[in-house]
Design a protein around this ligand. Structure first.
Ligand code: 9MR
Length: 718
């Protein structure tokens, strides 16, 4: 329940700003065959009555001698109703004498709760009738019934043009668009080009690749994959990797269905690489976000600089906001900064639209430094590092950072936060040294003081009890943080004293903010040589084994990816996705990218690129999880400032923002209209692009940093 205050505020806002009933583009017909044009299919009746099709109407003789209205019925089953939605039932009727009939929509099973009902007087001439009402329950399999029992004398009844309209869920469920699922951004000319097609067909289907003018440029046959475990879909796979040529507006056609349009281009990931990094400037705290860098729609004043109504962050100003909220958490900030620095080591930099651009540092390192400076400010004199700073007294509503009126609390230090600074500080020392020796020395000093403080205070844990207004980021096993920090400090200093503390290796569980042991291997694998005596270098004895382990884990990720109809290196045990599953996908793809640079074996590059396919639309929801990228992209992520869905005056998330994605535990979620999509969902479908669904649709620095790493890799691998 840690988010209920945030929820309450979000809900209040929605109630006042957006209409309760979503704008409806279409009027959906909920009955089948209400015109009786060909036959009486889908309509049934009680045994004491037989319907006949007479001149395009449904006519029947209603028997006498029954007691209750429901003793004689004509009806249709599997009629869906959605809670809170208005409905209109219309029909025409006439009878051989004046009668009164009852028409109801109700649950098909006990307690047969009524949803819509009316009593209508039918005469000998044909008349039109209407019954309207709002459904009080969600019932996808209700019945629509003409209850005509209780007559003293038999009579003839004729019905026609029976129609029930209302609801917002398209017939058949949510509108997932074409069953042909592709990377909606596109494919690299020399990369894998694969698609997944939802189809229960048991033999291969022909596919055609069409260019922008509709001309066929390649063709082949699918392979039948069968059931996909995470989605429950029956799927086929299509491989058009051999297609040559480049351009935009391609579509893949299978069985009469066409995919959304996509590009085949060598510079496919150049823009996304920059946008996924721009995410960090957008989410900076303590500095105005200027139109000159992001455009007027995204500009906003500085947040949390002690300017009213902010109760600002004082000496702990700066850094990035963690996610949709205004909290700043060291254990997650350090990981995100680390991923940007590691991306620099892997793929180099790229020019960014930020105030520091063009200075002495590569732009990617400038952006990471914004967070490093904040992390350094979170360190106490004694070397320990404060765990976090965030609002208290409740989650804020959808207010921009500079409008946040709540009290901010600086929380006590934790061993985990201290070791996060030790790790990223050491990485900073090694990577920034050639550009800014003074800053590198400051990082190293902070890292070493943090390490010593953590050794002296090895079990100071952040409370796991939620404080409304921020996340806990609690973690009571810091042996993995010790490993990561020790490995980083070893590669930065060559000091063998750290080696004993490296007890964790990369394993198929990969890594995330609470499980950082695998990062020890990722650190060791970046440095074949470490500082030796007298300014010389020496061999890093752990280097070969770390690389071997990375390749081994990449093999597991690749095998998991190949085991799925919508290839994804994340195949969680128990088949349940956790919070931020897209970030987990991207982080596993990072490991495959590293394995590619270690081996040059194209299978790892394929795995990393196919992971991007998953994130950008080749998935069970036909959903690109990245704003602005792909025809069906997320645009309503949970974010205080990018809150367009709740407040039209605000912008959508900036392009390049990764939604957290499918999450199997949505219990800590508001009961919102959109939540119906999450009830009983297959794991890969537990996602909804709604601002209130923070459990599936938040953004966060640690997910976007993994996306930035991966897109930089893909850009360089082109
Ligand atoms: O990413 C975090 C995830 O691993 C946790 O399971 C979840 C619940 O505690 O919290 C996530 O982090 C959120 C944080 O607590 C508050 N800011 C938003 C973060 C992303 O949703």
């Amino acid at each position: 329940m840690s988010f209920r205050f945030r929820v309450a505020c979000a809900l209040m806002l929605v109630a006042t700003v957006v209409p309760a009933v979503p704008a409806q583009a279409a009027t959906y017909e909920r009955l089948r065959n209400g015109s009786f044009d060909i036959d009486l299919a889908y309509w049934w009746s009680t045994k004491n009555l037989t319907g006949h099709r007479v001149n395009g109407e449904l006519c029947a003789t209603v028997p006498a001698g029954t007691v209750n209205a429901w003793d004689v019925m004509i009806g249709q089953s599997d009629v869906p109703f959605e809670r809170g939605q208005p409905y209109k039932l219309a029909f025409t009727a006439r009878a051989s004498r004046n009668v009164s009939i009852r028409v109801v929509g109700q649950m098909a099973v006990s307690p047969y709760t009524g949803i819509l009902s009316g009593q209508k007087s039918v005469t000998t001439s044909t008349q039109s009738f209407e019954i309207t009402g709002t459904a009080a329950v969600d019932e996808p399999k209700a019945q629509l019934l003409f209850q005509v029992g209780g007559a003293k004398e038999p009579y003839d009844l004729c019905l026609d043009d029976v129609s029930l309209t209302g609801g917002v869920i398209p017939p058949g469920g949510r509108d997932l668009g074409s069953p042909v699922r592709v990377n909606q951004v596109g494919y690299l000319p020399d990369g894998p080009k694969r698609a997944t097609i939802v189809s229960g067909a048991t033999s291969p289907l022909p596919w055609r690749l069409l260019d922008a003018t509709g001309v066929e440029v390649a063709a082949g046959r699918t392979t039948v994959y069968g059931g996909d475990v995470m989605s429950g879909d029956q799927v086929h796979l299509a491989d058009f990797s051999q297609a040559s040529g480049a351009g935009s507006g391609y579509r893949l056609e299978v069985g009469g269905w066409r995919s959304v349009p996509f590009d085949i281009a060598a510079d496919l990931y150049g823009r996304l690489r920059k946008d996924s990094l721009a995410y960090f400037y957008h989410n900076r705290s303590g500095i105005p976000i200027e139109a000159a860098y992001v455009g007027a729609a995204y500009a906003r004043p500085a947040g949390h600089l002690d300017v009213a109504p902010n109760q600002g962050d004082g000496e702990r100003r700066g850094g990035w906001y963690d996610a949709g909220d205004h909290g700043k958490y060291v254990v997650n900030g350090a990981l995100a900064a680390w991923e940007l620095i590691d991306s620099y080591e892997q793929s180099g930099s790229v020019s960014l639209s930020i105030p520091e651009a063009g200075g002495g540092l590569p732009d990617v390192l400038d952006e990471a430094r914004w967070e490093l400076d904040f992390l350094l400010r979170m360190q106490r004199e004694d070397g320990m590092v404060h765990h976090k700073i965030h609002d208290i007294g409740g989650w804020t509503g959808m207010v921009a950072p500079h409008e946040d009126p709540r009290e901010r609390k600086l929380f006590d230090p934790s061993t985990a936060a201290t070791l996060n600074l030790a790790a990223v500080g050491a990485r900073c020392a090694r990577v920034y040294r050639p550009f800014d020796a003074a800053f590198a020395a400051k990082c190293l000093d902070a890292a070493q003081r943090a390490w010593n403080a953590a050794k002296a205070n090895p079990a100071v844990y952040a409370s796991a009890t939620p404080v409304p207004g921020g996340g806990t980021y609690a973690d009571e096993d810091v042996s993995d943080e010790f490993s990561w920090a020790a490995a980083e400090l070893y590669t930065a200093t060559g000091s063998s004293g750290y080696l004993d503390s490296i007890r964790h290796t990369l394993n198929p569980g990969n890594f995330y903010w609470a499980m950082t042991g695998g990062l020890a291997d990722l650190a060791l694998a970046r440095a074949a040589l470490v500082p030796g005596p007298d300014g010389a270098t020496k061999e890093n004895p752990n280097y070969p084994a770390a690389r071997t382990r990375i390749i081994g884990v990449a093999d597991t990720h690749l095998a998991d990816l190949r085991r799925q109809g919508y290839p994804n290196p994340d195949l969680p045990g128990g088949h349940r996705y956790f919070w931020g599953s897209t970030g987990g996908t991207a982080q596993r793809a990072m490991v495959m990218g590293m394995a590619y640079s270690l081996t040059r074996d194209p299978k790892y590059r394929d795995g990393a690129l196919e992971s991007l396919d998953y994130l950008l639309g080749r998935n069970a929801l036909n959903q690109s999880y990245v704003t602005g990228y792909g025809e069906r992209a997320s645009q309503n992520q949970h974010h205080r400032f990018w809150a367009h869905q709740a407040n039209p005056a605000r912008p959508h998330p900036a392009p390049g923002s990764l939604a957290g994605g499918p999450n199997s535990d949505v219990s800590d979620q508001p009961k919102v209209e959109a939540e119906k999509f999450l009830v009983g969902c297959a794991p890969a479908k537990c996602y909804v692009d709604d601002i209130n669904s923070y459990a599936t649709n938040e953004v966060a620095i640690n997910w976007n940093s993994a996306l930035a790493w991966l897109t930089a890799f893909a850009d360089m691998a082109a």
